[in-house]
Design a protein around this ligand. Structure first.
Ligand code: NAI
Length: 469
């Protein structure tokens, strides 16, 4: 077996891993990144954030061309969808971006090792290639960034043809007549939007009595109304107990969570989107003695260090929201810590975005969380209906809500539903990062006419002095 020496070996090349590798290399550390899949980029680039955004964009353009453009006097005749071309666009975007990481690795002198990485003896990593050959690496520090995999429900076999995980839902070769979606979270609602806009009938089945758990309750209620207007059907407080394939599709059996008569639902395809689980298979964590918690996540201290000296972990494989940008920030922080700097992630300023139409975006605390914590807060909100640019865009759905500490006026949470909410949230994230007050935001000049003026107006409304309502 060959042995190679590195200061840092990163296992996994998703947004956590590849960013950690680049930052470590920038800091002068000899770095390698081990990846088992043929393409770099992990779930996010290959079967997650990026391909889903390509499909969301195409399906949104299609829906827009079909309906909304008429309002603007743009008439299109003979509109049709070329599904193959839509998938081709998605595949090209993914291919270009994953090749972009290979380029960044080269530029930063990072060694890309193809194979499955596992912890060996102290300070050692074994890389097993597809042909079974093994390479032993000696590493000053190891960063585990192996991400997560789709969770499944007991008794449901995902075949990626009719019963799909997010991976299969990104690669259907025809629009299903009826798509049943189990789970009204990020993935479920984004993929329901894609296929619904392309003509599928959608039924979303959710265990809880609300959609997008974790998001602000008022936002979630309004959001569900918007989605209903897009003809999505919801079955809340309902659990799926079986999914059986037959000649024409899949029959789901479900029952009320509170108990009651089971019922069935026939669909052409079913998407299982009930969360993700940390992916630690084949890492040899047990043998190495790395502690994992009862959710299967690797336990770390405030410096991303596991209980085994020299072994660190970041991203979906540790606690916290399973979000690419959270993993990226942890990647930068852990590389800086390994290099002797003071890397840090501010977990109270991590935005969450659902890329539906309208988009949902949030940072900081929800009203429910503030109430539960007994924090006295003031809320200000502003509807996009009263924003000139939103009207010009025919994007009047939604609102901005800002929650500020009742005594200090410090911004504690910002929740946006509306067009481009995912971009608008950035200034709220910065405001929270810098400890800004609602008044700071309200006194900041916002360009006119832009959607961002709704953020300023919501900040003004915290002090009941919004101008345009
Ligand atoms: P999620 O945690 O967002 O939503 C899962 C939903 O399934 C929840 O509403 C949950 O209550 C429901 N559920 C669980 N068990 C169920 C059952 N037996 N029957 C019916 N409903 C059930 O998970 P999701 O959507 O699968 O996404 C996985 C991860 O990927 C999330 O952590 C998310 O943050 C991330 N992601 C982020 C995106 C973004 O940033 N835009 C896009 C897609 C995924």
């Amino acid at each position: 077996m060959n042995e190679k020496k590195f200061d840092v070996v990163v296992i996994g090349s998703g947004p956590g891993g590849y960013v950690a590798a680049i930052r470590a290399a920038q800091l002068g550390l000899k770095t390698a990144c081990v990846e088992k899949d043929p393409a770099l980029g992990g779930t996010c680039l290959n079967v997650g954030c990026i391909p889903s955004k390509a499909l969301l964009q195409t399906s949104e353009e299609y829906a827009h061309a079909g309906k909304a453009l008429k309002r603007h006097g743009v008439m299109i005749e003979g509109l049709s969808l070329d599904l193959e071309a839509m998938m081709g666009h998605k595949d090209k975007v993914v291919g270009d971006l994953t090749k972009g990481i290979a380029h960044l690795f080269k530029k930063n002198d990072i060694t890309h090792l193809k194979g499955t990485g596992a912890l060996g003896a102290a300070g050692e990593i074994i890389v097993r290639a597809d042909d079974g050959s093994e390479t032993k690496l000696a590493a000053g520090a190891t960063i585990i960034a192996t991400g997560s995999a789709p969770a499944n429900l007991p008794g449901i076999d995902i075949d990626e043809k009719r019963i799909l995980s997010s991976t299969g839902a990104l690669a259907l070769d025809e629009v299903p007549g009826h798509l049943a979606v189990i789970g009204a979270g990020y993935i479920g609602l984004e993929m329901a939007s894609v296929w619904g806009r392309l003509g599928a009938k959608i039924t979303v089945i959710e265990f809880l009595d609300r959609i997008v758990p974790g998001m602000d309750g008022e936002l979630a209620t309004q959001f569900q109304k918007m989605l209903r207007r897009q003809k999505m059907k919801f079955k809340l407080s309902t659990k799926v107990t079986a999914a059986e394939q037959n000649d024409s599709g899949v029959t789901l059996t479900m029952e009320p969570v509170a108990g009651g008569e089971p019922e069935t639902l026939d669909a052409d395809a079913v998407l299982v989107a009930v969360g993700r689980t940390p992916y630690t298979e084949g890492l040899g964590l047990d043998a190495a003695g790395v502690t994992i918690d009862n959710g299967g996540r690797i336990e770390i201290d405030e410096h991303f260090a596991t209980n085994v000296a020299g072994v660190y972990a970041i991203g979906d494989v540790i606690a916290g929201p399973m979000l690419a940008h959270k993993a990226e920030d942890e990647g930068i922080a852990v590389a800086e810590i390994i290099a002797g700097q003071k890397g840090h992630v501010n977990y109270s300023a991590i935005p969450g975005v659902v890329y539906t139409q309208p988009e949902l975006a949030a940072v900081g605390q929800t009203e429910e969380q503030l109430q539960e914590a007994g924090i006295d807060y003031t809320a200000g909100s502003f509807p996009f209906m009263a924003n000139g640019r939103a009207r010009a865009m025919s994007a009047t759905d939604g609102f901005v809500k800002i929650l500020a500490d009742a005594q200090s006026d410090r911004i504690l949470g910002v929740h946006i539903m509306g067009a481009d909410a995912g971009t608008l949230i950035a200034e709220a994230v910065l405001a929270i990062e810098l400890g800004a007050s609602a008044e700071d935001l309200a006194r900041t000049c916002h360009a006119h006419p832009t959607l961002s003026e709704a953020v300023k107006e919501a900040a003004l409304d915290v002090d009941e002095r919004a101008i345009h309502v």
